[in-house]
Structure formats: structure tokens, C-alpha cells
Design a protein around this ligand. Structure first.
Ligand code: CUO
Length: 671
């Protein structure tokens, strides 16, 4: 949105009024330099229309330009809601552009970026507009800031981006190995993980006009997406010899896990506050937030009572049977969709807030919230997984009260899975042995680092992340009936915990990791299904997480461009597999073919999907969730058998095989 404002001024067309008291004000007297700086090499100039109604933005003033902005904060959430409503109401694209230009420098930058991106993602006339990945807009929220000093130096001395060396983002910078939790830092601090989380909350906002918030099965997806993160994190812990997450179900005991994030706020250059080891939580009583621990406890008890009773009550006392979608919306909570926001409260969000203010609950030190207060950064902190472990345990309580799946709900008569295999590459690799390793990659941070007039071009930063060798699934399926369609559901379940002790089916199902889900056409007789790991319905490719169009990346085909365009919602492909361990960590690779007639969803529109590749976690844009079964099926409910071997023995449409994931502690340099 910056460029149109300045190309307009440059081109002499309609000039918008600029803010009275912000840096852009100084550009008034400096038009030529500004013009040089922002319109150099600009091919396309977009005239900005005069705004038909100039909005009064006073309501945004409560979040100052340099304040940290948090979606978990009620006041910030309401301000964002109002701004989104204004953006959504712009009568046409030109007015929306003008409005964005007018607003951008008048409101808090993170607030702007969020509301603007929500509007882009939801306005029918911006379907085709790409949203720049958040890690590129606000890189300091994602990477260790000492790298920026080098980046600045590089940008100011080496004019051409081609001649610039890559800036190295260090590994393992948040703690030493004295801290056991540090073994999971590669997961928690992964740029793709945190960018996925931001994008997910962007696609499923808690706030704004009803048509933006009210999406098909959003409450259920809040549960399921975060449940899958927890399953993955627990398994990742086993791989690193750590026991599973202890849910944070008591807010009045010390929190042993400290966290020192060492990243900078993009807005005021201060580091995000830390939380010391054994911090006690406190009631929060600040200018910008008020929460009592007892509020959160009361909401927790009401939600649990609703689960025990099996129904919820709306403000008029009307009762509705509880389901997972209602539960998700009331726990998160979204005031727009919660069945009774005043009564069931704001359990999950306020938990984030209490934790995020633990270091300065009464604001005496004038500190802002810690990383838990912000969806761009929350997943970095070990406490995120303990808090969400608690939230997940509440959902599990609800799920456990449902009857176990019965045979009719699991079977697909006449369909048998006879052979299951996952193999690296196409050659003679050993079947069912998969490989992980470290990889050094690079991302362009230029969009978020403004170094002055000479700093055009790219600034590449290299970072090291977990990676897996791509592999292919092969399944043989016999169909003893006429031609029909099935849904192929692939999971991996950990077999052992961190002590190498076998897990019960009930534990395995709660830690089952969804790997992929897709539709298959079955001809009569034997069918061979092949599927690449890179096609997964939970993950998005590295390019989508990190590489902006136009830098060194030009999508080749039209459909590639279309896939690229949706937000970066989706689990990073490089973390599709858990790390495993050097000896080879043992898993069950589980496959089920379910009856598509029970799974199919009648979509209200048949437009091409802007972003369909991570639909398991993110749904489909402007469409219904593309699977009628409850999310996580068949592992979301108790199962009728004693163990996984008996389950697949009882149902021909399921099969499993032992899978080993071997971790090779080497760094492959692709930067
Ligand atoms: Cu995604 Cu708690 O919901 O961070």
C-alpha cells in the first residue's frame, strides 16, 4: 500500500491528505527524494481516488503507533473489528485502495497489517491479491535481531542485491542445553510454524463483521488445528527424549518453564519481555488489560459443567445440545459466535493474556506483553503448548463422553487395503524408513527492513531448519464392488514414548498425526494408489512460506500462481515429519479408505480454490470444510478395539505398517 500513495503524488494525480503527525508528514517538503525513493523502477502507477467518506480513525488511538498490538487483548480486538468493518464496507476496489492508503500510516502498523490482510482475504474483489508473508513484513518478530545489524551493513555498503552475501541467523540462540526445553527450539521458533499460526488466525479471525467471522465449522477447526499442533509437539518431544506436555491446568502454581525470546518488537525496537524460571501468574490489572485468575477459573468450570451436562444455555436460558463447533467458538472465544460470551467468557484468549503479562501484571515496569500475547510469536514459548495442552484436554473431555465409533461408522464394505508402504525417492531405498536432517535455506527479508534510499533489492537471510527427504506412499487397495470413490486418510501414530515404552491405543489416537487426506477413485479389483509426501493436505511448500513473487521467484504456470496467492496458511512442509532419532524412531503408518458417500460435501460454489493444498488445517477459501466427517476421524473419538493391531484386523478398509524415522544430524546447505 505504500507505493500507490507515492506514485500518485509523483504522477500528479489526486493527492491524498497525509497524516498530521507522523513521519510521512515530513515527505510533504521532500517530494523529489520521496519520489526517487519509492517510484524508481515503478512500471505501473495506480491513481488513487479521493475517498467518498473519510473515516474517523479516533477509535484506533487507544493502540498507539508504537504499542504492541495483540489479538488476544479485548480492546485491541474490538478496534481491529471496527477497522475490518470499515475495510470490508468500502464500496469498490478503488475506494478500498484509497482507504488502505489513507489508513496505513495513521494507525498502529501491526493493527493495520492485520485488518488489511483480513480484508484482502475476505473481500470478493481482492481474491487474487497476494498477502505478503508476515515473516517478511515484520521480520524482527521471527528472527534473531543481531542479524539485522549485518543486514543493514550489507544493504548500505553493497548497492546491488546480487552482490550481497546472505546474513546468517544463528541457531539455538534462546537458551543453552542446561534448559531441557531448548531441545524443541527448532520446532517452536521455526519461521514456517509461526507464520502458519499467524495466517491461521488471519483466516479465522475472532472479530469483525459476522460474515468474516462466521465460517463453516470454525470452532471445530480451532480445536482440530491446535490439537494437531499438540500431537505433533508431543511426538517431537518423544523424539528428543522429553516426556509429553504437562497441561497447564493450575494457574496458581509456579511455571517452571522460563522463556527469553530475544526478538524485537517491530514497532518500538524493544525486546519482547521474558519470563523467568518458576514465575507465578498474577491477576492482571493494567491500563491495557484487566483479568483475574478467578475469572478464567470460573469460565473453565462453566465450560466443564456444560460438557458434563451436554448442553449450553444462551443469555435467554434457551438450551442447545453441545457439539464440538459450539464448544470451540465458546472456548476460544469469539464474542461474535460464542453462544453466551458473558457467561462462558473468554477462556483461551485470557489465558494467553494472563501468561503474557506474568512479568509485569500491574504495569509498574511499563513493559508490554510477552510472546504469548501475540499470534505471530506465541508458538515460540514452551508455555504455549502447556496452555494449549490444557485447552486440548477440555476438548478431549467432550470427545471422551461420546460413544466409541461403531463398526458402521468405520467400515467401508468390500474395500480392503492390502499393502502399505512409504519410501524415499523412486530407487531401491528401504521401504518404511524415512529420513530427516537439517537444512540451511534462505528467505528474503527486504519487505520488512527499510534501510534507506539506496537499499532496494533483496536481503537474504539464511537459517537452519529441520527437513525431511521427500517420499512416496504406495497402497494396494482391493475393491470387491462396482466402481466407487473413497477418501484416503493417512496418519502416523507414535508407538513408544520417550522411555521407549509402548503406548496404549487411547494414547496413540490422541497423538495421531494427520499426514494427508485425499479422494481416490476405485475401480473393481486391485488398485494401486501412489501419493507424494509433497502433496500433503496439511502442509504448504517452502516457497509459499518464504519467497515473495517477484524477488527471485516467478511462478511458471497459472495454476502455480493461483496456489501461491492465498495466505500462507498451512503447516510447513519441512516439518511434515517429526524428527525421529538417530536409531530410527518407531511409528505406525496408518491408512484408512472411508466411504466417500459419507464424506462428501456439496460445495455452494465451484470456483477454483485459491489455496487448496492445506485444507486439512485451513479449510477452503469461501467454501465449506471439504470433509463431512468430524475432524480427526477416525482418531477423534474412542475406538472399539483394544489396540491398533486389532482395529486394523477388524476393518479391512484400514491397514498399518511399522515406520522408522531416522534423523541424520547433518546440515545440507541450500542457502
Ligand atoms: Cu492459536 Cu492460542 O490459539 O494461539
Amino acid at each position: 500500500p505504500l507505493e500507490p500513495a507515492f506514485t500518485t503524488r509523483d504522477s500528479g494525480k489526486t493527492v491524498l491528505e497525509l497524516p498530521d503527525s507522523f513521519y510521512t508528514d515530513r515527505y510533504r517538503n521532500d517530494t523529489e527524494e520521496v519520489g526517487n525513493r519509492f517510484s524508481k523502477d515503478v512500471d505501473l502507477k495506480i491513481p488513487i481516488q479521493e475517498l467518498s467518506t473519510v473515516p474517523n480513525l479516533d477509535f484506533t488511538k487507544k493502540v498507539g503507533l508504537k504499542d504492541q498490538f495483540s489479538l488476544f487483548n479485548n480492546r485491541h480486538r474490538d478496534i481491529a473489528s471496527e477497522l475490518i468493518t470499515i475495510f470490508m464496507a468500502a464500496p469498490n476496489l478503488r475506494q478500498f485502495v484509497s482507504l488502505s492508503v489513507y489508513t496505513k500510516d495513521r494507525v498502529n502498523p501491526v493493527l493495520f497489517q492485520y485488518a488489511y490482510a483480513v480484508a484482502i482475504a475476505h473481500r470478493p474483489d481482492t481474491r487474487e491479491v497476494p498477502i505478503t508473508n508476515i515473516s517478511q513484513v515484520f521480520p524482527s518478530n521471527f528472527v534473531e535481531p543481531s542479524a539485522f545489524r549485518d543486514a543493514r551493513q550489507e544493504a548500505s555498503t553493497i548497492g546491488e542485491s546480487g552482490g550481497r552475501v546472505h546474513i546468517d541467523i544463528p541457531r539455538n540462540y534462546t537458551a543453552s542445553d542446561r534448559e531441557d526445553e531448548q531441545r524443541l527450539a527448532y520446532f517452536r521458533e521455526d519461521i514456517g510454524v509461526n507464520s502458519h499460526h499467524w495466517h491461521w488466525h488471519l483466516v479465522y479471525p475472532t472479530t469483525g463483521p459476522r460474515e468474516v467471522v462466521n465460517k463453516d465449522r470454525r470452532g471445530e477447526l480451532f480445536y482440530y488445528m491446535h490439537h494437531q499442533i499438540l500431537a505433533r509437539y508431543n511426538v517431537e518431544r518423544f523424539c528428543n527424549n522429553l516426556k509429553r506436555v504437562q497441561p497447564l491446568n493450575n494457574l496458581r502454581t509456579e511455571i517452571p518453564e522460563g522463556y527469553f525470546p530475544k526478538i524485537l518488537s517491530s514497532l518500538n525496537n524493544r525486546t519482547y519481555p521474558a519470563r523467568v524460571t518458576n514465575q507465578l501468574l498474577n491477576d492482571v490489572n493494567r491500563e491495557d488489560a484487566n483479568i483475574e485468575i478467578s475469572d478464567v477459573e470460573r469460565w473453565r468450570d462453566r465450560v466443564l459443567a456444560a460438557i458434563d451436562q451436554g448442553y449450553v444455555e444462551d443469555p435467554s436460558g434457551k438450551r442447545t445440545p453441545l457439539d464440538i463447533d459450539i464448544l470451540g467458538n465458546m472456548i476460544e472465544a469469539t464474542p461474535v459466535l460464542s453462544v453466551n460470551y458473558n457467561f462462558y467468557g473468554n477462556l483461551h484468549n485470557e489465558g494467553h493474556n494472563i501468561i503474557s503479562y506474568a512479568h509485569d501484571p500491574d504495569q509498574r515496569h511499563l513493559e508490554s506483553f510477552g510472546v504469548m500475547g501475540d499470534v505471530t510469536t506465541a508458538m515460540r514459548d514452551p508455555i504455549f503448548y502447556r496452555w494449549h495442552g490444557f485447552i486440548d484436554s477440555v476438548f478431549n473431555k467432550f470427545k471422551t463422553r461420546l460413544d466409541p465409533y461403531n463398526a458402521a461408522e468405520l467400515d467401508f464394505d468390500g474395500v480392503t487395503v492390502d499393502y502399505v508402504e512409504a519410501k524415499i525417492g523412486v530407487g531401491s531405498a528401504k521401504p518404511n524408513t524415512l529420513l530427516t536432517y537439517w537444512q540451511k535455506s534462505s528467505a528474503d527479508l527486504a519487505a520488512g527492513l527499510d534501510f534507506g534510499p539506496s537499499a532496494d533489492g533483496n536481503i537474504f537471510a539464511s537459517f537452519t531448519h529441520l527437513q525431511n527427504a521427500p517420499f512416496t506412499y504406495t497402497f494396494n487397495v482391493t475393491n470387491n464392488g462396482a466402481k466407487r470413490t473413497g477418501t484416503c486418510r493417512i496418519f502416523i501414530c507414535p508407538k513408544v514414548d520417550e522411555r521407549n515404552m509402548p503406548l496404549r491405543l487411547e494414547e496413540q489416537r490422541q497423538m495421531a498425526i494427520e499426514m494427508d487426506k485425499f479422494t481416490v477413485d476405485l475401480v473393481p479389483g486391485v488398485n494401486t494408489i501412489r501419493r507424494q509426501s509433497t502433496e500433503s493436505s496439511v502442509a504448504i511448500p517452502f516457497e509459499r512460506s518464504f519467497r515473495p513473487i517477484g524477488a527471485d521467484y516467478q511462478p511458471k504456470a497459472a495454476d502455480e500462481l493461483a496456489r501461491f496467492r492465498f495466505c500462507g496458511c498451512g503447516w510447513p512442509q519441512h516439518l511434515l515429519l517429526p524428527k525421529g532419532n538417530a536409531q530410527g524412531m518407531l511409528f505406525d503408518l496408518f491408512v484408512m479408505i472411508s466411504d466417500y458417500t459419507q464424506d462428501a460435501v456439496q460445495q455452494p460454489n465451484t470456483a477454483n480454490d485459491a489455496c487448496s493444498t492445506a485444507y486439512s488445517f485451513c479449510g477452503l477459501k469461501d467454501k465449506l470444510y471439504p470433509d463431512r466427517r468430524t475432524m480427526g476421524y477416525p482418531f477423534d473419538r474412542r475406538l472399539p478395539n483394544a489396540n491398533l493391531t486389532e482395529l486394523v484386523g477388524a476393518f479391512g478398509n484400514m491397514a498399518k505398517t511399522d515406520l522408522r524415522i531416522v534423523f541424520n544430524d547433518r546440515v545440507i546447505d541450500k542457502a
